[in-house]
Design a protein around this ligand. Structure first.
Ligand code: SF4
Length: 292
């Protein structure tokens, strides 16, 4: 697929959270529009690929718009959005990022995420959730201690399952092993790490998988595409190639009950540190039998 890259300046970089994200944070921040991992494994079931405002007629994974003034826009909007968030939502909490990955390969050239994180050391939010599918999150390890000293910082590292390949689907942008190693590196630096299985893929060896997660993370979140993809019954994802590939590995994995069964396994390895869906993304962990 040919990649179409552009650079723009934006007026606002802090988007007030609504819908699924509203209980999770007060704002999301996207240094890029689009995501070049869209043609990798995670792009097949990516929840945000269904958003026509993001796509603007282009194919998911085929474009990337770099927001060259991301850090300047953050500084410019900081006081206003912080005041609004603290008044309206109780805290100024930022999700970086909800509709792109802050560590796409092109970040090494543009360094927009780096510039935003550096601005946040000076002008910290109350809470920062860094969400990524990539081992490249460790590129900026030198920045994180200063950031963690000024804000409640946690990393959400997506590892959907224990297989790098699902039948007929493309390879991942970052292997399971590389992401587990990145989680271990962040944790060794005394940073808070949550593994997000979103959407949960079929697991070959659930006991082994969650035992390995327990060794490198503070908590795990299990999110099924039913309930997670923004449609009532997972119908958005049902139109992608993901469910058929999942069924070939574990037939019942496309049912919501599969998340519950895997949560019980996870609970054995991370007692009290398993979150489900939206509550888990918001940092709430607890009994996996509850309907959350
Ligand atoms: S990294 Fe995230 S935003 Fe990018 S394609 Fe994968 S799931 Fe979608």
């Amino acid at each position: 697929m040919t990649l179409h890259c552009t650079t723009v300046e934006v007026r606002n970089i802090l988007t007030r959270a609504s819908g699924y994200l509203r209980p999770v944070c007060s704002h999301s921040l996207q240094p890029y529009r689009g995501c070049t991992y869209g043609s990798a494994l995670c792009g097949v079931g990516c929840y945000v690929q269904h958003n026509p405002w993001l796509l603007r007629g282009e194919r998911w994974g085929s474009f990337l718009e770099a927001r060259s003034n991301a850090a300047a826009a953050y500084r410019a909007g900081y006081a206003r959005e912080r005041a609004w968030a603290q008044r309206a939502r109780g805290r100024f909490s930022i999700f970086l990022s909800s509709s792109c990955d802050p560590f796409v390969p092109q970040e090494r050239e543009h360094r927009l995420t780096h510039a935003v994180l550096a601005a946040m050391v000076e002008l910290p939010p109350d809470e920062l959730i860094v969400q990524t599918h990539s081992h490249r999150v460790t590129d900026y390890l030198e920045l994180y201690p200063a950031l963690a000293a000024r804000t409640a910082l946690r990393f959400h590292l997506s590892i959907e399952g224990d297989l790098d390949r699902l039948p007929g689907l493309p390879p991942p942008a970052s292997t399971v092993e590389r992401r587990l190693a990145a989680a271990a590196e962040l944790r060794a630096a005394d940073l808070r790490v949550v593994i997000t299985c979103a959407p949960l893929h079929p697991l070959r060896q659930p006991e082994v998988f969650f035992r390995r997660i327990a060794a490198v993370a503070d908590a795990v979140v299990l999110d099924h595409f039913i309930g997670g993809d923004g449609s009532r019954d997972g119908s958005r994802t049902a139109h992608t190639q993901l469910p058929a590939a999942m069924r070939l590995v574990v037939s019942e994995s496309t049912q919501l009950e599969y998340r519950q069964a895997m949560a019980r396994v996870a609970e054995r390895h991370l007692p009290g540190r398993v979150g489900l869906g939206q509550a888990g993304f918001a940092g709430r962990f607890g009994p996996v039998e509850a309907d959350r």
